[in-house]
Design a protein around this ligand. Structure first.
Ligand code: CMC
Length: 391
């Protein structure tokens, strides 16, 4: 009983106040702490954006250097944590390994589990931003049977990650500056997106007072689904299945048929109903990467044909279904030679900054209450128990 507002999918419920990220879905506006995403994409770096999200202001040079130094010196993974990875089957999905390994951090860092202490909360946030790329790269290398590479402290965040992924002993990694720049840009664009499903999950778990490693592991689990962060992996699988630009028409027709169970992955968004500003930025970078790295990928032709076909089709136009950020990110990741299974892991590395910013904000908010939605009960009315032999 009780009279509650019925709001499946929380389409019209504001679950919290937040000063982190602003989105105007109709106007295609996205700002972190008031800074338009277009300016951050052009002028900032992922680590600076992470600082901004967490602290609310852009750092001056000294603040940035101190932050970078601290993050860099928390990148090591505890040696015993490798045992977790070694417990997985060789073909385990890296998202499964990442989720479990991040949850396990709470067993390694008891000293940052006093949620009432702001310094311990800050340290946990730094540890998460620092260690998630190390765990992600280790999970990948385990899955292909390569030994784990330790983080190189003389490199900056994104380049360090690429080294941990791809470096082979005694063979220096030839990295194109465009590749590092593209990955940094993707990380900036994915760093936060206000109360999306995974961030809301982090906050819901956080509202119970759970530790930040458990909260972020729950966020990773929520991100994994194909309707959320799993979409970038699903886009690539879909493009490969379509296979050739001449098959695009058939795929569009199938996506319009509700009985087919097939949707165009990388199209549509809960909030952006005109265009996704991140998709506009990333589309440009996508072409630059393919040109600079000299990649001639037939899947890009399929993607371009699909984009054009859907933008012209009244079904997609009427429902305001435009390519979203994940439509292009998968193609860039592929050009950077990242395996498809790692695409959602990339999203998780970047979103960790947003998750911890929201978790920290939640702990400073006097209005924070345990998250406890209500329901409309549709089950049986009261009835009496019948012994098993008499049923
Ligand atoms: N292909 C075909 N039809 C679609 C699609 C699609 N990708 N997306 C929505 N529709 C249709 C849907 O069938 C419905 O039609 P009708 O009104 O006739 O019943 C209408 O459009 C509205 O869809 P909805 O499911 O009510 O919209 P939503 O706001 O609940 O869902 C979404 C948003 C992103 C889950 C959905 O558009 C979708 O499943 N897209 C594909 C997956 C995807 O690309 N996800 C990544 C989102 S962006 C990255 C992130 O933030 O995680």
């Amino acid at each position: 009983t009780g009279y509650f507002t019925f709001d499946p999918g929380f389409m019209s419920t504001a679950s919290t106040r937040s000063a982190v990220t602003f989105i105007d879905g109709d106007a295609g506006v996205l700002m972190y702490r008031g800074y338009p995403i277009e300016q951050l994409a052009k002028q900032s770096s992922f680590l600076e954006v992470a600082y901004l999200l967490i602290n609310g202001e852009l750092p001056d040079q000294a603040q940035f250097s101190a932050f970078e130094h601290e993050v860099t010196h928390h990148t090591m993974m505890h040696e015993a944590q490798k045992n977790f990875l070694h417990g997985f089957h060789y073909d385990a999905h890296p998202m499964a390994m990442l989720c479990a390994s991040v949850a396990s951090l709470s067993a390694f860092y008891h000293d940052t589990l006093d949620m009432g202490d702001p310094e311990q909360r800050r340290l946990a946030a730094i540890r998460l931003i620092a260690k998630v790329p190390t765990i992600a790269a280790a999970a990948y290398r385990y899955s292909i049977g390569w030994p784990v590479r330790y983080p190189r402290n003389n490199l900056e965040y994104v380049t360090r990650f690429l080294h941990m992924m791809f470096e082979v002993p005694s063979e220096p990694l030839q990295l194109s500056p465009v590749a590092a720049k593209a990955l940094d840009l993707l990380f900036i664009l994915h760093a936060d997106h206000e109360q999306n499903a995974s961030t809301s999950t982090v906050r819901l778990v956080g509202s119970t007072g759970a530790n930040p490693y458990a909260c972020v592991a729950a966020g990773i689990a929520a991100l994994w689904g194909p309707a959320h962060g799993g979409a970038n992996e699903a886009v690539l699988k879909m493009l490969a299945e379509i296979g050739d630009a001449k098959n695009v028409g058939k795929a569009v027709e199938k996506a319009k048929d509700k009985n087919s169970g097939f949707r165009l992955m990388g199209f549509g968004h809960r909030v952006y109903k005109n265009f996704d500003p991140r998709a506009t930025i990333i589309r440009e970078m996508c072409h630059k990467v393919l040109a600079d790295l000299n990649v001639n990928d037939p899947l890009l032709d399929v993607a371009m044909e699909l984009e054009q076909a859907a933008l012209k089709d009244s079904y997609f136009v009427e429902r305001k279904l435009y390519p979203n950020v994940d439509f292009y990110s998968g193609i860039i990741y592929k050009a950077l030679k990242l395996p498809t299974e790692m695409f959602t892991v990339m999203f998780a590395i970047a979103r960790t900054a947003g998750w911890v910013a929201h978790w920290l904000e939640q702990h400073l908010d006097p209005e924070t209450k345990i998250g406890r939605p209500r329901q409309i009960y549709t089950g049986s009315p009261k009835r009496d128990y019948v012994a098993i032999g008499k049923r």
